[in-house]
Ligand binder design. Sequence first.
Ligand code: FIX
Ligand code: ZN
Length: 462
Amino acid sequence: MEFRRGLSYAARAVSPVTPDERREAIAAQVEKAVTNTQVFDIHTHLYDPAFGGLLLWGLDDLLTYHYLVAEAFRYFDMPYDKFWALSKTRQADLIWDALFVQHSPVSEACRGVLTTLNLLGLDVKKRDLPKLRRWFARWKPDAYITRCMEIANVSRVCMTNSPFDDVERAVWEKGFTRDERFTAALRIDPLLLDWPTTAPRLAAWGYKVSSDLSDRTVGEVRRFLADWSRRIHARYVMVSLPPDFVYPGEHLCARLMDTAVLPHCREFGLPFAMMPGARRAVNPQLRLAGDGLGRCNVVSYEAIFAGHPDNKFLITALSRENQHEFCVAARKFRNLHLFGCWWFTNIPHLVNEMTRMRLELIGLSVTPQHSDARVLDQIVYKWDHSRRVISQVLVEKYLDLAQTGWEPTHMEIKRDVKALFGGEFERFCGVPARGEPAGAKPAPRPVTARTPSAAAGVASRS
Ligand code: FIX
Ligand code: ZN
């Protein structure tokens, strides 16, 4: 039904005629705003094209995503090692056969591959893997990044940047012209979770640390954090934490947080992102696919928020069971910003539940989703699927308001969606105190497309 279509909605309430018309009008406006608003994807595992092969993209990377590996192994009966010894193409063949050909691809991760292919304009119904591969082979990375970001309507992504990754560290140390679409976050899991192994590495890189946490060691850890925050132009510092993390405590993780990480974040004006609930290598034979989850103790996190009112914290928890507790914590601590439906919670059922719960408890002061994409093309499906759910939830919320006579205007809806898709995150983070480093500032994106050879070893797949 045409409902005042063609009229300007700006600054005007959605006037109800009948309940159905009201629903239709609100739904149309919300869907439009959600579709058209660009997203700042605040947590991904994607890389600036200068990192070459670290940026995964294309069909075989989509099919060998660790979410699909875990699902495929439920059908495989081959030994784990035999699978890992295969080429990526062969692994992708086997996953395609098990998850798409032998069974209908109903899981969220499988559906995601098909949504991506479909939105890229490919015909999936023929189930013709070689033909699909030929289409991808025509692309060069730089043009493909632009295409995927256009389709996903994502303006910027935040990378996950680890100085402890030898390949990645070498690229940062050499230096490169930044692509402004890729912002950085400083990932420090080894520092906080494995100090005995990390201390000798810092020492080898010239930081005068010893295994104890003496004042000198702590000072040097701070120097390390400062160097890397400057070098990568970090937007925030981040760590994933196991479910059994407790705070306060005398263990190395809590002590390093108190003495080095949190003072560093305060000095640089950087939020500290904590991602509780990851149980690493529950099944090591599955490699990256072998991590599990557990419920964390929110009381420990509340102690951190309460004890550090001058720090800002970003939280995304892995366990469904923690979501309500963290919403309540966010009502108590304004230095806490909740974000995303992380990993095992990124399924429509839980995105719906979590988004609804968050809006009902903390309104729009939240970033409801990040993609966590490990493969560039995944931003296409992750944002398509998330947008659908966020849109549904928003429509319900605005309809509830409209019942009271508070009818949202078009401008209000647009404003709210902008907040959810990155605006609130930016507001919460504010301007970094000392986060503007002397070097390594992102350069404006080159107007002319860069060739793969200029992008430091990105292999063309043509
Ligand atoms: O720790 C993380 O940032 C997680 O997102 C990853 O480790 C995980 O493997 C993943 O890809 C989840 O989506
Ligand atoms: Zn992640």
